[in-house]
Design a protein around this ligand. Structure first.
Ligand code: DGL
Length: 266
């Protein structure tokens, strides 16, 4: 048994969609979340910059005594996972692998769409991951960078969200895909709008649940699960705590204790 918390991080509020599933799958675990709201978006930045930001966050979380870390960000998972795993000596899980598994389980016609940030799409992580398991699958990718500020702003179901979804996803809709991976942790906040536009015949994959399950099996294998009491959750962000709190409340139904931290110190 290991009572220490699990660290979870993202560039902003997106990783809260992963926290939600962690609370469901691992209800006894304490968590510490960090959202880098001062430096979001990561998806338009270089691999070097995102790796350096992620290192600072890892050091901050480790200072806060976490036993393991979930990278709740596709941009970091697809560009920096190997570097972080090589540098930090604790269990780290990420979101792309679980997303690939969920997609393979869902597709029937072998035509899948992947949406994510520009950095995630450019990395080819999803396409390579899917093709490595089944080379016959056709993968259609599209970067949708404006979904991130919409989610940060809480604009997820209004006319601006609907028009942005149509503008980005029209071309994928015409590809006869039956599965669409939400390859950015901000995007599940727009899931209703995306689902309505794509139609019932397209299965929307949010890798969050599988991600939470992969951390669960990792902790079980290492005999590092927590106590049999309800977990507590602490939230940190690097700017604009009030907005973070509002999104947190909307998505998790929790009155979060959000603290501001200068992560550049770490
Ligand atoms: N939520 C993150 C992701 O999954 C990053 C979005 C961004 O900061 O651009 O990719």
């Amino acid at each position: 048994m290991d009572k220490r918390p699990i660290g979870i991080f993202d560039s902003g509020v997106g990783g809260l969609t992963v926290v939600k599933q962690v609370i469901k799958e691992l209800p006894n675990e304490d968590t510490i979340y960090f959202g880098d709201t001062a430096r979001v978006p990561y998806g338009s930045k270089s691999k070097e910059t995102v790796t350096e930001f992620s290192r600072q966050i890892m050091r901050f979380l480790i200072k806060n005594n976490v036993k393991a870390v979930i990278i709740a960000c596709n941009t970091v998972s697809s560009n920096c996972f190997e570097a972080l795993r090589a540098e930090f000596d604790l269990p780290i899980t990420e979101v792309v692998g679980p997303g690939v598994e969920s997609c393979l389980a869902a597709t029937k016609n072998g035509r899948v769409g992947v949406i994510g940030t520009q950095a995630t799409i450019n990395s080819g992580a999803y396409e390579n991951g899917i093709k490595a398991k089944d080379s016959s699958i056709k993968v259609f990718q599209k970067a949708c960078p404006l979904f991130v500020p919409l989610a940060e702003e809480g604009f997820t179901e209004n006319d601006i969200a609907k028009l942005t979804v149509k503008t980005y996803l029209q071309e994928l809709k015409e590809k006869n895909i039956d599965t669409l991976i939400l390859g950015c942790t901000h995007y599940p906040m727009l899931k209703k709008t995306i689902g309505e536009f794509m139609g019932d015949e397209v299965h929307i994959v949010d890798p969050a649940m599988e991600t939470a399950r992969s951390m669960k099996s990792c902790l079980e294998k290492l005999s590092m699960t927590g106590e049999e009491t309800e977990g507590s959750h602490i939230f940190y962000c690097s700017d604009n705590c009030k907005q973070f709190n509002a999104i947190c409340k909307k998505n998790l139904g929790l009155e979060c204790r959000v603290h501001k931290v200068n992560v550049e110190k770490y």
